[in-house]
Write a protein that binds this ligand. Sequence first.
Ligand code: ATP
Length: 415
Amino acid sequence: MHNNLTVEIEARLPGPVIQLVRTAGRTAARCGFNSYLVGGIVRDILLNRPPADIDIMVDGDAVRLAGEMARQADGKLTIHKAFGTATFKLGNCRVDLSTCRGETYDRPGALPKVKPGDIRQDLFRRDFSINALAICINPGRFGLLIDYYGGSQDLADKLIRISHAKSFQDDATRIMRAVRYEQRLDFKLEHNTLKLLRRDLEMLDTISSDRLKREVLLWLGEAGPGKIVRRASQMGILPKLHPALKWNRPMQVAFSRSAACNAAGTPVITYFCLLVFQLGEDALYELLLRLNLLGSRYDLLSYQGLALKEKQAMLDNPSIKNSELYFLLRDTDPAVLQAVWLYPNPSMVRKNLHLFLTKLRHVKTLLTGNNLTMLGIKPGPQVGAILKKMLTARLDGLIKTRADEEKLARRLAGI
Ligand code: ATP
């Protein structure tokens, strides 16, 4: 691999972002700082993958640099003085500026102690060699690849490698991240990294609920979450989240069906329901507690999934009326219904769920409550009861037109 990447940067980043990056480099040089693109953006440029957000590291002072850039750079600038960082928003793209730092850990799972550092120390604190690459953006050295830890060779060899033997102990979220990158990029865990990951699985217990939650939701937000969950199960990570969580045949069917239907469109919360669908009530509670999700939408929807299991027998009925199906399912979130539909349930259950999801849930009466009062029906609970009967008749195909609805409403109201 050659080590000037100017051509690749210009090919892969949008014009306005390149301008901002060049402005950052020029301004940094004027202030006497060195500045670099770092982390995921460098990895993605080298892999020719669509770049995500952009991180710039400043060997100097990021807040001062952002202040100096403010007059010449496009984009909305926000400075976070307390964190020593700044962000430019350019359309959909974020460019974050931070100051190089080194980190030490007092104990496993603790947040790191941060001290000022140079680019070498800043890259050393990073999780994997492929995320520890930088590209200089100061004029004169623009495009120069900085690779202290063998990241570009690991990119070529498709390997995920930690930078030192205590890495997973310092921060066990890296265990979760390792699997995510391995499966996203179709890489392998480097031999020793895999050994250390297995040795340090216990360290997952040192991670706070919020950090663990974030990593689980990041898994489920990837393009192929099923692959990640399967691998995590195989490596013993899944049972560390909860012993009852297992990759098995029904889960495999559900995840691969979702990939086949609409991989990009499936919401994270549906994948979460897929993940927890087979748990019993106690296990579900314990998992939600571990991930600090009690009281959240994830909690609400996964319990709806549990409740739906009780309705299986009613759903497995070929002669259930459309209206019965509608009132059975209307209070369950569509994301949950979709998850249950993806599971290998009896074909009649899946057919009925599909009918509800694609047709019945969109059915509405043509007349509204106001229309009914205009027909002369007294406002009050009677209006709601008539509307419900009209909807029932419409769902069951007994009425079609507005005139049918008016006739039925009059008959029910006795007018
Ligand atoms: P993507 O957003 O595509 O998943 P990214 O590399 O931008 O990838 P972020 O989670 O945004 O990932 O993190 C930015 C960078 O910060 C990473 O590239 C990595 O260098 C570093 N980093 C993030 N989390 C950790 C961690 N737990 N330990 C060490 N370094 C980390």
